[in-house]
Every structure is written in structure tokens, then in C-alpha cells.
Design a binder for this molecule. Structure first.
Ligand SMILES: [Zn+2]
Length: 316
């Protein structure tokens, strides 16, 4: 897996005095000491090894010298990890109900905050089960199938695009590309000025959002919602639907759709259009096929390859 860790055994010169003992995760019966950002965690080697291939391999070597001990335990200093991220993972390891803190109605911004550190550490140290748990929680809100997309739309999951934008760099950093197409799709709803001023996204991702907004609008116009935006009665229409179709959409409505294109939104209010049976069947079928096409093309719109590529990348 990319970005796998290589914790380093501490050098003897390191001064033990400089470490602060973590108030919650410094157990008197702990068997190893992990140092993160000058904070010492005295935890259980067997528990860490049980969850992490990287830590398991680390201790599969001869006993350390005396100088690598802290408080009588072997000491390992982690490099480049955030203290808060590591504390979150310790909570997962030592509190069996920790993931239950995420409630069904936890808002997405809080959910991303909750999961981010755990996902980073579990990815880096090859904690497969914990990483998979994080991914399943995120994928419940960021689907990688059209069925999943219909499910989140049907459940009325509330997305505030400017708040969930953090999922994009997180998914890139931790190799969870399956969530990216839907995340990008949602982020095309951020107003252009806000995208440009955004401090979370890289410029390349900003460009993908802006270009994606245009592509989705084109698809909404030509593939999924043509019957609303550019209606032409079907060739077998016998009752003149062209003449009877109410022209509800004003320029402002069209501008608003263009600003927040949503071609995957399922249209269900067919009766209100009062079309003939032939026209309604034709456009329902076009709408259904169009949504499937948009979903298939979603990754390529954001330069992510195909769904197959994405699935291979994530499982690699
Ligand atoms: Zn008709």
C-alpha cells in the first residue's frame, strides 16, 4: 500500500525527559512505548501487532538494546504523524464502542473530522480492519454505484459542498479513490468564486471542479433532463405534446441549474408534464439511460480514469 510507514527505533541520544506521558494512554502494564510528537504512549505490543502488519513486523526482530528503552519498555518513535491522529487510533484500539460515537444523523463535516486521523494512521501502518471500517463509513455517504447514489439521494443525506470538500485531499492521501467521483460531483455545486478562494483544494482539483460543472450541465441538457430544458416531442407523438408542454422554466431557473448542475437527480413528476403516453415512455427511458451514462462517465469527467481503474487502484 502507498505511503506505508517505517517507524524508527529511537536513537540512544534522545532525552527521555523531553517526553510528556499521555494522560489516557500510558498504562502501567503497557509493554512498549510509542513516541508521537514528544508524547509517550505506553501501550500493549500484542494489541498493536494484532491490528497492524507494520507494527507486527517491527517487533519481529531481536530485543532492543538497553538504551532504546523508556521506563523499562522498548521505545519506538513515529515520524511525521499527528498527535491527535494517533490518539484517535488509540481510542479505536482501547474503546470497543468508539465507532458507535458516529450516529446515523452525524453531519458529514463532523464525520470527516472523526474519521480523517484514524484513516491516515490505519493506512500508513497497515491496520487493514480499521482502515476498512473507516472506508465503509465514508462510502456509505460517498457511493461508488448508481444504486448507492440513488440510496443517498433517497435518504436525503445532507451535503454542504463547502464543508465536505476536505474529503477530496483526504481520499487522495489515503488512497480511497472510490469516494472521489461523487465528492467532485457535489463540489461542482460550490459557487465559482468560492472554489477559487478555497484553501483546501489544490489548483488542479479546483480546475476539475470548474470544468466538471460545465460538463455536468451539458449532460443534464443533452442526456438526462432534455425533456425539461430543450423539449422536442417524440416522433410517434400524435397529440401535439410540443404545443401543450407548459414552459415553466425561466432564464433564472436555467441559470440556477447551470450553476449547480444535477443530472443524476431522478425526475419522478412525469404526470405534471401531461405528456402523451408515447412521449412520456420515450423521455422516461431517455432519462433512465442518461443517468446511467452520466454515472459511468463520472470518473472520467474528473480525470480519474474509469470506475474499473478506480476499483483496482483502491484495492492495490
Ligand atoms: Zn406526445
Amino acid at each position: 500500500m502507498d505511503g506505508q510507514a517505517s517507524p524508527t527505533k529511537s536513537r540512544p541520544a534522545t532525552s527521555d525527559i523531553a517526553f510528556a506521558r499521555h494522560p489516557e494512554f500510558y498504562f502501567t502494564d503497557g509493554s512498549i512505548v510509542i513516541i508521537v510528537e514528544r508524547t509517550a504512549f505506553r501501550v500493549h505490543q500484542s494489541i498493536l501487532a494484532r491490528h497492524s502488519d507494520v507494527f507486527a513486523a517491527l517487533w519481529d526482530v531481536p530485543q532492543p538494546r538497553k538504551t532504546d528503552l523508556y521506563d523499562g519498555c522498548p521505545k519506538v518513535e513515529l515520524q511525521g504523524d499527528s498527535l491527535n491522529d494517533f490518539v484517535d487510533v488509540m481510542k479505536v484500539l482501547y474503546d470497543v464502542f468508539y465507532f458507535d460515537k458516529i450516529k446515523h444523523d452525524t453531519n458529514l463535516s463532523s464525520l470527516i473530522t472523526f474519521i480523517a486521523g484514524i484513516l491516515r494512521i490505519s493506512t500508513k501502518y497497515s491496520m487493514t480492519d480499521i482502515r476498512n471500517k473507516c472506508i465503509s463509513i465514508i462510502q456509505d455517504k460517498f457511493p461508488s454505484t448508481l444504486k448507492g447514489c440513488d440510496d443517498v439521494l433517497g435518504r436525503g443525506v445532507q451535503y454542504v459542498p463547502s464543508e465536505i470538500v476536505r474529503i477530496i485531499p483526504l481520499a487522495r492521501e489515503t488512497n480511497v479513490p472510490k469516494v472521489l467521483p461523487w465528492a467532485f460531483y457535489l463540489c461542482t455545486h460550490i459557487p465559482v468564486d468560492e472554489i477559487l478562494a478555497n484553501t483546501v483544494l489544490e489548483w488542479r482539483d479546483k480546475a476539475l471542479c470548474l470544468a466538471g460543472k460545465e460538463r455536468l450541465w451539458e449532460m443534464q441538457k443533452t442526456l438526462t433532463h432534455t425533456f425539461l430544458l430543450d423539449f422536442k416531442q417524440c416522433s410517434t407523438c400524435t397529440t401535439g405534446c410540443q404545443m401543450r408542454l407548459p414552459r415553466n422554466l425561466k432564464l433564472n431557473d436555467i441559470e440556477s441549474i447551470r450553476d449547480s448542475p444535477h443530472p443524476l437527480q431522478e425526475y419522478t413528476d412525469w404526470k405534471s408534464l401531461m405528456l402523451c403516453v408515447k412521449c412520456q415512455q420515450t423521455f422516461e427511458s431517455q432519462h433512465k439511460d442518461g443517468r446511467e451514462k452520466v454515472w459511468q462517465m463520472l470518473p472520467s469527467i474528473f480525470h480519474l480514469g474509469t470506475w474499473d481503474d478506480i476499483c483496482k487502484d483502491q484495492s492495490a
